[in-house]
Design a protein around this ligand. Sequence first.
Ligand SMILES: *Cc1c(COP(=O)(O)O)cnc(C)c1O
Length: 709
Amino acid sequence: MIPVDEKIPEKINRLPELAYNLWWSWSLEARELFRRLDYPMWRRTQHNPVQMLQELSPIQLKAASQDGAFIRQYNKVMMLYDREMRNGRSWFHITYPEHIDKTIAYFSFEFGLHNSLPIYSGGLGILSGDHAKEASDLGLPFVGIGFMYPQGYFRQRIPSHGWQEAVYQQLDMGQTAIQPVKMADGQSLKVSVNLAGRTVYARVWRVLVGRVSLYLLDTDVDDNDPWDRELSARLYSGDSEMRIRQEIMLGVGGMRVLRALGVDPAVCHMNEGHSAFILLECMREYIAQGFSFREASEKVRANTVFTTHTPVPAGHDTFSFHMVEHYFNGFWDEIGISREQFLGLGGHEETWGMAFNMTVLALRLAGQSNAVSRLHGEVSRKMWQEVFPANAIDDVPISSITNGVHVPTWIASDLHELFDKYFGPEWRGRHDDPALWQRLVDIPDTELWQVHLLLKRMLMGFLRERARRRWVDGRNDPTQVLTNGTLLDPDALTIGFARRFATYKRANLIFRDLDRLQRLLLDIHRPVQLIFAGKAHPADDPGKALIQQIYNMAKHNQLGGRVAFVEDYDMHMARYLVQGVDVWLNTPRRPREASGTSGMKASLNGVPNLSIMDGWWVEGYNGANGWAIGGEIWEDHNAQDEHDANTLYQLLEDEIVPLYYGRDRDDVPRGWVDLMRETIRSNAPQFSMRRMVKEYTTELYLKAIEGEK
Ligand SMILES: *Cc1c(COP(=O)(O)O)cnc(C)c1O
């Protein structure tokens, strides 16, 4: 292959620079530019400009450089890009000019930025990715630290028996928007940590996310033994020993990356307990500088922020004392405490006895802790009260900041353009301002509805083409062609459900009364259809059984092809789903959904939620922007399911179906379009990543920067 630099004509020679900054992925204009370059290739590579620039022929590139319309778009995009990169008038610069030289370091096991960089599994990763993008938009002095997993998270295959299979693919690093970090002397940056007597090295990749840099550790280097090279091969695939090694690498190795780059963070934000070993590494550094244990603790507290993400006990990492001792043998001497005191820092009673709990470690040592929705805050304060025995439940120091989603990433392009037309392009800069969204009334019913219908057709086209490709490749049998959604009808009321398949999310709730569901699905005049997607963790057999159950429903001839289970849910598919269905369904067992964010993405696109009163929906539902199920918690799970399912059917039968099919003479459902408007108006600003990052800044980061406690 000809090197990219040599074949790109001068007139468009900054395309590689653009392709290597993920900013393009949330710029409407930049996406349009790459789409124009070669539309079939854009689709085939699932929107990967780095790969496109490699595969495009010199002739195609030359033609682009001679195409006036392309050059105009190119110049416009480069101007927007330069303006964004040099932006000295961002929110942070204007509001906190005295702090622009500080650094906020954000540690996360996973980052969901774009599907071409598959280093995320689900909600936690998407949240980190969205957080980094918004930090760039708002101009925060922000860096991210995580892992480069060469095999990423698994790709899901559903064979004809319905039992999920995990496929791991080696990522082609050369076709991914990552670059090795070089030091001033031209050498690649490498850091090392001690793992139970062995030195393990990691190289470091950099990802540009607008103005923000993300540093990713990768242990696949020659200096390491084979088993250490595998350390960062995959996301969430190892046993608990692999896990503690990864967590030491992220916390301790991650801090060392910052040190090597000369960064002294004013804030260390631990997104989930995975990176809580940072706290120990910082303690060690302070004590080595001569501070006492008490002084070092105060200093560590002053600039650390910890976010907890789930009320489900299994979601909190724990390690046996034995294992912690193995990896931290003698560490207690370095920080001047006893072995018992050291193990006590994370000590927590688990179902099988005492163990070392990463959440407990973080809650004890971090200066500020928060949960991710109001209800989750309440649940977390109760759940972790024993860590703060002197505090009443209400005084347990865990606050809450409700999650949000990055608006430019998740909004459909066609809707984006509609808002440009009616609000003027300035709307982008103030999308967290509720006043802006009052202007939705200016958009005529027919136009909003036409855009929605277009998005719905795009979703079905996307699913059909995927199924067709697999059929042509010989990978699927006819049943799989059916279960992947080829019988879906763009005119039928379409309900989407996509999330991780954990049993508490109750994906099968809507199948509880099959006869009643069948009447809804097969109604000749007012049919309903369901689209499911989602992966189960590779070790979660009950989750896989749930997928199999839904898959069997999709296969069930009595349901007439009106149920689909589409395989391999990822960010790419998520965009089509949250933008293209009519209703977003969520049926977790309250109160286990800490927040949930896919429903926020749907809302932003005018897709109302039909959801259990749990997580964000407790704050999002206002009586006129969707539907709420339950709220009360029953002891008996079976009774709870019966009650919730009954409410679900009733809402569908009595409200949702009639409203959707209540058409005017021009075939526009006026009532439904009003509902779409209300959904966007009430939820888009409130559950935007912009509102969220501003709250993290004013409520948590500033305190840490200013050194208060
Ligand atoms: C948004 C998103 C999630 C998280 O959705 P929840 O509603 O929090 O379950 C998971 N996976 C993908 C691919 C997403 O885009």
